[in-house]
Design a protein around this ligand. Structure first.
Ligand SMILES: [Fe+2]
Ligand SMILES: [Fe+2]
Length: 232
């Protein structure tokens, strides 16, 4: 990537620089969180997927760092060390099913959906830097959704319904924490040309889609119910 591919508009550069930094910080945190979870993975399939993800996120961090150097904005952290510590502690405290919900539905699926919205508006260099990470994120979301479906299939109908009903509130609580971090997510997105209200509506739609996907497989046919020991 050549320097001339970096845009000159100051407001755009500053905000895109911050968004790149935020994405890199989040990827780094996910890398650490997954590495920590590895020791408590419930089975080998989960272990292998978490290990692969640690490698993927590490690669995303180095791709983004390399691009930020070329992009030339001041690489000031957006999330403070204390906030990072809080995020690590939150994920550390979660049961496997809640870990899957918070990391894969909220952070990975909805987070990468938001990043996807930036791609068509971004400068060519930024767009190129996001290609590999966003492709891998699809893999991570697929793993999270599949494992969440697996966990839900083992719950009773009532527990399953309760979990799915509570999910939007879980996502909202995490989003509120994120919005309380002291930087304006809306301003950052709007400065790079994203229609923020439209983005929020799209994220709500995506959230509904994901919950429907979980609810659908959460209703196994009679034979599947018997196989997982769920009474009809
Ligand atoms: Fe990533
Ligand atoms: Fe990821």
């Amino acid at each position: 990537m050549k320097m001339e591919s970096v845009p000159q508009n100051t407001e755009y550069r500053q905000s895109m620089g911050q968004l790149l930094m935020l994405y890199t910080q989040v990827d780094r945190l996910i890398m650490e969180i997954c590495a920590e979870r590895l020791a408590q993975a419930p089975d080998e399939d989960a272990e292998l997927s978490l290990a692969k993800q640690v490698g993927d996120e590490s690669r995303h961090v180095s791709i983004q760092r390399q691009w930020m150097r070329e992009f030339g904005t001041q690489p000031t952290p957006v999330i403070t060390p204390a906030q990072e510590q809080m995020i690590r502690a939150h994920f550390r405290s979660l049961t496997w099913i809640d870990f899957l919900a918070d990391l894969y539905i909220c952070v990975e699926a909805l987070g990468s959906e938001a990043v996807e919205r930036i791609v068509p508006l971004a400068d060519p260099g930024t767009r190129a830097s996001l290609r590999v990470p966003l492709t891998d994120e699809m893999d991570h979301v697929a793993f999270g959704v599949a494992r969440l479906q697996q966990e839900l299939a083992q719950l009773s109908e009532t527990e399953r319904k309760e979990f799915l009903t509570r999910l939007p509130a879980r996502i909202e609580a995490l989003t509120d924490v994120f919005h309380g971090f002291g930087f304006s997510v809306r301003d950052m997105f709007e400065a790079v040309g994203v229609d923020y209200d439209r983005l929020c509506r799209m994220l709500e739609e995506r959230q509904k889609e994901l919950i429907a996907e979980l609810a659908f497989v959460g209703q196994p046919p009679q034979s599947a119910r018997a196989a997982v020991g769920v009474s009809a």
